[in-house]
Design a binder for this molecule. Sequence first.
Ligand SMILES: [Zn+2]
Length: 167
Amino acid sequence: MNILKYFKGYPEEVLNQIEGLVQSDKLKTYLITKYPAPHNISSDKLLFQYTNGLKQQYLKKAPQLSKVIYEKQKDIVQSALGNHTFISRNHGGKLKSKHEIRVSSTLKKAPMEMLEMLIVHELAHFKEKEHNKAFYNLCTYMQEDYHQVEFDLRLYLLLIDLGKDLY
Ligand SMILES: [Zn+2]
């Protein structure tokens, strides 16, 4: 079991607690009790609409979204924490930025809060490239319990990695 893969840098006490959850087979119970049902954002079209809605609500002035899609990605840790591209293109002498968000298909059947957390993370990168204090302030402005949900997302990925489905 590779807990460290998902919880790199976390205190030993926390790692022990997680190991306890896994060993006693209570990881799934913990997650399903907290997140009883998956979200229903099942298509790229719905994903775009949802993301654009959040953007309109919180980051109105940020550049327009060009694309938001689900995508099969190799590295589950890297990919589930998002992949963002900022492409600059030359349009008739004017530089235009294209903002694309690619979401790992692992999150297609995840709890709503986790999908929201990932989108919030990616949207925050529109304003802050680094994972600094300003970045996380922006995240918690858009999703109050951002940090808890991010922690639970890591647990969710661990569960999937153990070969189990949440739903
Ligand atoms: Zn990031």
